[in-house]
Design a protein around this ligand. Structure first.
Ligand SMILES: *Cc1c(COP(=O)(O)O)cnc(C)c1O
Ligand code: SF4
Length: 361
C-alpha cells in the first residue's frame, strides 16, 4: 500500500475530523438521476417535483430507508402529490405579513422566530416552510444583520428562536458570531435553536460545535424526530454530546399520515426520545401548507393518539398537541376531552382507561 493511501478521507476517523459533515452534505443526493441510482424511482417524476421544491438527502438519512414508501422514504423522497396540491396556501400561517424585517417573524410580544439559514441537510417533504427552504437567495448575511438589529431595538424580545432552514447548516464561525451578537443584547434572556440536524446529519454535532454552543447559555435546542427508525446510535450520540454540553433538548414532532399516525409507533418514538435525554415538547398537527396535503389527517385522529399516550408512556414523554392557526393566529394546544360533565358541585372525569370518576367541585 502506498503510504499516502492512509490519508484518503475514508481513513479519517470522524471524531478527528470536524469537517466531515461538510463532505456528507457535498455527497448528498440532490438530483433525480442521483436518486434513481439508489432507489426505484422514475427520474422524470422526481424532476418535476424538485423543480418546485428542492431535494437533498444525506447519505446517512438515505441509508435509513428500508423499503418503498416507508416512513423515512415518505419524509425525504419527493412525491408528485406535492405539485398536485394547489389548494392550500404557500404561507398558510401568515409568517410573511408578520415579518417586520425579512426572515424574522414577530408574532408574540416576547419572542421572535428568526430564520438564519435557508439550507437543510434533508429537505423534508412535509416542511411547513417549503415555500422558502433551499432557495439560496432568500437568507443572507445581510438579512441576519437586519434581524439582529431588529432584536436589539425591540426590548420586549426576551426569547430568540433561531430557525430556517436549519441554523446548524451555517459554518461554526458564523454560528459563533451570531450567538455572540445575540448574547450581547441585554434583554435577550433565552436563545433556542431549532434544528433537525441531530436526526438527519448527526455527524454535524461535533465537539467543536458543542464547545461553541455551550458558551451562550441559557441556550436550548429543539430538534425534530418523527419516527423510531430515526433514533439510531449516531443520533443518540449527537444528543448525548449536546446534553453533556448542558443544552436542554426538546423535540418538535410533526404528526404525519403514513409516518407516525399510529399509537405504537408514536409511543415507541416518545419513549426512545426520552431515553436519549430529549424531552418531547410539541406534537404539531400538520399545518395547512401547499405541497403537504398528502400528509394531512383529521384533528380527531391526533386527539385519539394523544389519548392513547396517557397511561402508556411516562408523563415526561408526552408532548403538547398543537395546531397553528391559519393567518398568523398562533399556536393552540388541544387536549382530548377528559371532562364528561361539570356543575358547581362535581365534575365527571374519565381516566386513561376510560373509567369515569367524580371529582369534587
Ligand atoms: C411557534 C412559534 C413561536 C414559538 O412558540 P412557542 O410556543 O413559544 O414555542 C414563536 N414565533 C412564531 C412565529 C412561531 O410560529
Ligand atoms: S429541517 Fe426543518 S426547515 Fe428544513 S426542510 Fe425539514 S422541516 Fe423544513
Amino acid at each position: 500500500m502506498a503510504p499516502d493511501a492512509l490519508c484518503t478521507p475514508s481513513n479519517h476517523h470522524p471524531a478527528d475530523d470536524s469537517d466531515s459533515w461538510q463532505r456528507m452534505i457535498a455527497d448528498s443526493i440532490t438530483t433525480a438521476e442521483g436518486l434513481a441510482a439508489h432507489l426505484p424511482v422514475d427520474p422524470d417524476r422526481i424532476r418535476t417535483v424538485i423543480q418546485r421544491y428542492p431535494m437533498r438527502i444525506t447519505p446517512y438519512y438515505l441509508a435509513l430507508i428500508r423499503q418503498q414508501q416507508d416512513p423515512i422514504w415518505r419524509q425525504a423522497v419527493p412525491d408528485p402529490a406535492e405539485i398536485r396540491d394547489t389548494d392550500l396556501a404557500a404561507d398558510g400561517l401568515g409568517e410573511e405579513p408578520q415579518s417586520p424585517v425579512p426572515n424574522l417573524t414577530h408574532r408574540y410580544p416576547d419572542r421572535v422566530l428568526f430564520a438564519v439559514s435557508s439550507q437543510c441537510a434533508v429537505y423534508c417533504r412535509h416542511c411547513m416552510r417549503k415555500r422558502k427552504v433551499g432557495r439560496p437567495a432568500g437568507i443572507t448575511a445581510a438579512t441576519r444583520r437586519e434581524g439582529v438589529a431588529y432584536i436589539r431595538h425591540h426590548t420586549a424580545v426576551r426569547d430568540v428562536i433561531l430557525s430556517g432552514g436549519d441554523p446548524l447548516m451555517l459554518a461554526d464561525d458564523v454560528i459563533a458570531a451570531l450567538l455572540a451578537e445575540l448574547r450581547a443584547i441585554a434583554h435577550v434572556e433565552t436563545i433556542r435553536i431549532h434544528s433537525r440536524i441531530p436526526c438527519t446529519l448527526p455527524q454535524r454535532i461535533t465537539p467543536t460545535l458543542v464547545g461553541i454552543l455551550r458558551r451562550f447559555h441559557p441556550l436550548f435546542l429543539n430538534t425534530h424526530f418523527n419516527h423510531p427508525a430515526e433514533l439510531t446510535p449516531a443520533a443518540a450520540q449527537a444528543c448525548a454530546a449536546l446534553a453533556d454540553g448542558g443544552i436542554p433538548l426538546g423535540c418538535q414532532t410533526v404528526l404525519l399520515k403514513g409516518v407516525n399516525d399510529h399509537p405504537t409507533v408514536m409511543q415507541s418514538l416518545l419513549r426512545g426520545l426520552l431515553k436519549m435525554r430529549v424531552k418531547p415538547y410539541y406534537l404539531h398537527h400538520p399545518d395547512p401548507i401547499r405541497g403537504t396535503a398528502h400528509f394531512r389527517l383529521p384533528v380527531r385522529k391526533g386527539l385519539e393518539l394523544m389519548r392513547s399516550l396517557r397511561g402508556a408512556v411516562s408523563g415526561m414523554a408526552i408532548p403538547q398537541y398543537m395546531i397553528d392557526l391559519p393567518g398568523g393566529g398562533g399556536k393552540v394546544p388541544l387536549l382530548p376531552d377528559y371532562v364528561q360533565s361539570a356543575d358547581q358541585n362535581r365534575m365527571r372525569v374519565s381516566n386513561y382507561r376510560g373509567e369515569v370518576y367524580e371529582y369534587p367541585g
